[in-house]
Design a protein. Structure first.
Ligand code: ATP
Ligand code: MG
Ligand code: MG
Length: 380
């Protein structure tokens, strides 16, 4: 079976690796260069998008910022999952918030901004500090501003108005102001829904960010109440969109109550631990759903961790000397802060996971891999 993936980054690469044992062959479409390529070698294929759409059995996406013409072409084929509506909900925060409001799933209080006066009224009604985000662009914390009491609002507005002005009548730009949520921690849930509406949900993952970028995820015991809130949000959102595939939801945990930060209509960085931490990874389950195959188990084999490798030239080979540790390299050219790969750890107990994280600190510096030492200590 051939599946066309919109996007040619590490998520398409890992789908390709998960697809091989299922006899699923992945073809990537790089939306930036508008070229079809092999997701592992990045060798360009001399084929048009229309021909690839006609020849493939199913189409999916590894990211949400996809031009409308490409989405429309894929949607017209009738084999695009999770579909145009879901991709748009993930790629435009104004659509995402409308979906959250419609389903009654709690999220950070917000206000849309399309002109200068809206910024003043957002400051007035939501209060400071504010997190301001571009609605149609941005990932890894890019395209955001923080407005605090001592911020230069005029300077921030001038950057915001540049973004607003870059929109067009066909594709208008908007900006959203959110109340800064004083969360205790961030968690996410990754679930999968098939064409018949069956759902399977992985354990809730606790996530740490640095400068808006995910650095570390932990999948370990969590209260049934938190798990239930995450499952409720997943089933409401996935059912509303008649979603097919893997859907990720990021939350803020505020005193035991989950509030959605954002959704991602795709496999997600906070689910990479499932590659070793479960028998059926998020990548495999996504392909199974899209291909119309039965869903696989989402049960964890043991407490697990995922450490992001950001901007490093290499993953230290010595990490592999710690048992049950695997390294995943994306084959990308190095740039400061760029997601280059990740390290997965799975253990028999939380204590054993703590010991493994502590052992890894011999090879992973606190500066480059924040949180590993601290989480290791906490778990032991
Ligand atoms: P991603 O790579 O996850 O798609 P993104 O660019 O879409 O990132 P967000 O997830 O919206 O960005 O924000 C990045 C991080 O900034 C969050 O994980 C959280 O730590 C912080 N953040 C975002 N919104 C808020 C908020 N309203 N209150 C407090 N912190 C926030
Ligand atoms: Mg995002
Ligand atoms: Mg996010």
């Amino acid at each position: 079976m051939n599946i066309l993936v919109l996007g040619a980054g590490q998520l398409a690469r890992m789908m390709s690796l998960a697809g091989a044992p299922l006899n699923i062959n992945i073809i990537s479409y790089d939306v930036g260069s508008r070229q079809l390529m092999h997701p592992l070698t990045l060798d360009v294929r001399d084929q048009s998008l229309s021909d690839a759409i006609a020849e493939c059995d199913a189409i999916t996406a590894e990211f949400e910022h996809i031009p409308d013409d490409v989405l429309t072409l894929c949607a017209a084929s009738g084999k695009f999952y999770p579909g145009k509506q879901a991709i748009k909900a993930g790629g435009d925060r104004s659509i995402e918030k409308a979906l959250l409001d419609k389903t009654g799933v709690p999220c950070a209080p917000y206000q849309l901004i399309t002109e200068r006066s809206h910024l003043d009224s957002a400051i007035e009604s939501l209060g400071l500090p504010l997190v301001i985000k571009t609605c149609q662009a941005g990932y890894d914390g890019k395209g955001q501003w923080r407005v605090k009491a001592d911020s230069n609002v005029e300077q921030i507005w001038s950057e915001m108005s540049d973004f607003l002005a870059a929109g067009s009548a066909d594709a208008p730009h908007s900006i959203i102001a959110e109340k800064m949520i004083p969360f205790q921690r961030e968690v996410s849930v990754i679930g999968v829904r098939d064409k018949a509406g069956n759902m399977a949900i992985y354990p809730v993952t606790e996530n740490e960010h640095n400068g808006g970028v995910l650095t570390l995820s932990l999948a370990k015991a969590i209260s049934t109440d938190i798990h239930q809130q995450a499952v409720d949000a997943f089933s409401k959102l996935a059912s509303e969109m008649d979603y097919v595939g893997v859907l990720a939801i990021e939350f803020f945990d505020v005193g035991g109550k989950l509030m959605v930060n954002e959704i991602a209509p795709r496999v997600h960085n906070s689910g990479h631990w499932t590659q070793q931490g479960t028998l059926c990874s998020q990548f495999e389950n996504h392909l199974r759903a899209v291909a119309g195959l039965p869903l696989g188990t989402t049960e964890a084999l043991g407490p697990s961790a995922m450490i992001n490798v950001l901007g490093q030239p290499d993953i230290p080979a010595d990490v592999l000397s710690v048992s049950n540790v695997t390294s995943h390299w994306y084959g990308k050219t190095q740039r400061p802060g760029r997601k280059m790969g990740h390290i997965n750890v799975v253990a028999e107990s939380e204590e054993a996971l703590g010991e493994k994280l502590t052992a890894l600190t011999a090879f992973l510096s606190e500066e480059d891999y924040p949180g590993v030492a601290r989480r290791g200590r906490e778990l032991v």
